[in-house]
Design a protein around this ligand. Structure first.
Ligand code: NAG
Ligand code: NAG
Ligand code: NAG
Length: 332
């Protein structure tokens, strides 16, 4: 059943485009950011993610989980969720205090940012992989491997010292292990089941063209905007006829607040060569029919406006004419 769900998830998250994407496993993770301005000022943020969809937030005032979707509790009971909430509360306070206490000894410097990502990936019915990674000042710092803390390859002796320190606490290691390899896969599967309707939704993109800031004399930056689509995987490229343009530059796929996505794809061209170029959009919501936007045609926005205004004018004129005729007829 698990493997069926994983395959299903792969199929629907990817919309059947691209082999790379098809291997994407079902995953759930929590992301935490700890910011320390100085010895006496710290704050933390938390969120929970099923694949690339945010399902949970953390209210750091009341120290409680925010359930962002109607199905964000998955199949866990309220009791189990309250236990988890308590655990996260202790962890947020604990990690903040310990970091402040050991900052000097570990030569960590303020202002300081610590990011933690922890969760699980489900590859098939019996392979669930738990993970926990931490970054310091935006770079990989340490991770949890095989029941112990291990410094990242690119980190320095500070990470080794932090691991030595943390490895002394066996109870914490056991808790992390159990959370990532037992609680997380159970929760992820239940959540995936509960959220199917949202996860399987297909939202068509809206696309439009514009020109960006000129990259140089006689050159144009063609911009293709693709907005409001779901799921995330999308293929967008600049084409001349059937030929993909190698200079196409793809931006990051950015989130909208409503859970849909936005992508910007640009092409830097000699102004005279812009004619005949088109932006092609392929997405699972389009049912195999690509969207094609031709450069130059977007300039005909005025024509579209005209097309909307002309009937309006005609209508007004006709109305006036009728009114006039009626009043003529009124005259005996
Ligand atoms: C610590 O940082 C906070 C937030 O930036 C600031 O308001 C506060 O004055 C700082 N305190 C000290 C002791 O530097
Ligand atoms: C994990 O740790 C155990 C004992 O600490 C060891 O026997 C085992 O080989 C380790 N496995 C891996 C993959 O490192
Ligand atoms: C939730 O669903 C998962 C997967 O179907 C299952 O393994 C688990 O036992 C269920 N219940 C709880 C409370 O985890």
């Amino acid at each position: 059943m698990v493997s069926l769900q994983v395959t299903l998830l792969a199929a629907l998250l990817l919309g059947g485009h691209g082999a790379r994407a098809a291997q994407e496993p079902l995953s759930f993770h929590v992301a935490h950011i700890f910011s320390f301005a100085n010895q006496s000022w710290a704050q933390h943020q938390g969120s929970g993610w099923l694949g690339d969809m945010q399902t949970h937030g953390w209210d750091s005032k009341s120290e409680t989980i925010i359930f962002l979707r109607s199905w964000s509790k998955g199949n866990f009971s309220n009791e189990e969720l309250i236990d988890l909430e308590l655990l996260f509360r202790v962890y947020f306070i604990g990690l903040t205090r310990e970091t402040e206490e050991y900052a000097d000894q570990l030569h960590l410097t303020y202002p300081m940012e610590i990011q933690v990502a922890a969760g699980c990936e489900l590859h098939s019915s019996d392979i669930a992989k738990g993970f926990l990674q931490a970054a310091y000042q935006g770079s990989d710092f340490l991770s949890f491997q095989n029941m112990s803390w291990v410094p990242s390859l690119e980190s320095d002796s500070r990470a080794q010292s932090a691991c030595d320190l943390m490895n002394q606490y066996e109870a914490i290691r056991e808790t992390v292990h159990s959370l990532t390899t037992n609680t997380c896969p159970r929760f992820a599967l239940g959540l995936f089941d509960a959220g199917k309707v949202d996860l399987q939704k297909q939202v068509r993109p809206v696309a439009w063209l514009s020109s960006g800031p000129s990259p140089g004399p006689g050159r144009l930056l063609l911009v293709c905007h693709v907005s409001g689509f779901y799921p995330k995987p999308v293929w967008v490229t600049w084409m001349r006829g059937e030929q993909e343009q190698p200079g196409t530059r793809r931006g990051d796929v950015l989130p909208h607040a409503d859970g849909t996505w936005y992508l910007r794809v640009t092409l830097d061209v000699v102004a005279q060569e812009a004619a005949g170029l088109s932006c092609r959009v392929r997405h699972s919501s389009l049912g195999g029919r690509d969207m094609v936007l031709h450069w130059g045609h977007h300039l005909s926005m005025y024509l579209i406006l005209l097309a909307a205004i002309v009937p309006l004018i005609l209508l007004t004129v006709t109305a006036l004419w009728f009114k006039k005729r009626c009043s003529y007829q009124d005259i005996p």
